[in-house]
Design a protein around this ligand. Structure first.
Ligand SMILES: [Zn+2]
Length: 206
């Protein structure tokens, strides 16, 4: 059995955790595009050097370069029984360059907006050492971190910013999901609940 699983879901859907669980369950590798890029840079290959210079200039890696990396990754022998692709392609332009393989399953982890906000909100960061905590753990803005710095909420973690990212996710990924719907390989899974409960639902549709 071949499991080429594309896992999609908004920030806070627990996608990364589920990707790991699927990887272990089926003995297939799991990867996300950001990691593939970092890995290639780390090898010091010609492609890696090119990517490093693009990133150092603050430019986003092109969809073509990203697709090329993915193509190379899918040629490695550990993908013979499949793979878990975490969060890619996330828009139509990326989908257009991902023309060298078709997933067997597209799993979309759905969670309501309020649930995303609840999970992502409350993140609090030390302005000095960068440690991350949560207001639900009793830390308050202005409290002192053990390093002597003060805990603050980064602009990125404020509800407006989280809402904006979730809107972009919905706007960009809906057409991608619609394209895969045409192939009859999309399964929506309720992402509310414990990681084990959500995993059970995913296994149930595969
Ligand atoms: Zn600190």
């Amino acid at each position: 059995m071949l499991y080429k699983i594309l896992l999609m879901g908004p920030q806070g859907s627990g996608k990364g955790t589920q990707a790991e669980k699927l990887s272990v369950k089926f003995g297939i590798p799991s990867f996300a595009m950001g990691q593939l890029i970092r890995d290639e840079v780390a090898t010091g290959s010609e492609t890696g050097k090119k990517l490093k210079s693009i990133i150092n200039q603050g430019i986003l890696v092109s969809d073509e370069d990203a697709a090329h990396l993915l193509k190379l990754r899918l040629q490695k022998s550990d993908t013979q029984n499949g793979y878990v692709l975490d969060g890619y392609p996330r828009n139509l332009s990326q989908l257009a360059t991902f023309d060298f393989d078709i997933p067997t399953h597209v799993i979309v982890i759905d969670i309501p907006r309020e649930e995303s906000l609840k999970r992502l909100g409350g993140r609090i960061t030390c302005s000095v050492c960068g440690r991350v905590g949560n207001v639900n753990d009793g830390i308050k803005v202005g409290d002192s971190c053990s390093c002597g710095g003060k805990w603050t909420i980064r602009d990125d973690d404020k509800p407006e910013a989280i809402n904006r990212r979730l809107e972009i996710y919905e706007k960009d990924t809906s057409p991608v999901i619609a394209e895969y719907e045409k192939k009859g390989i999309v399964h929506h899974v309720d992402g509310v609940g414990s990681p084990e409960e959500v995993f059970g639902r995913i296994i149930g549709v595969i």
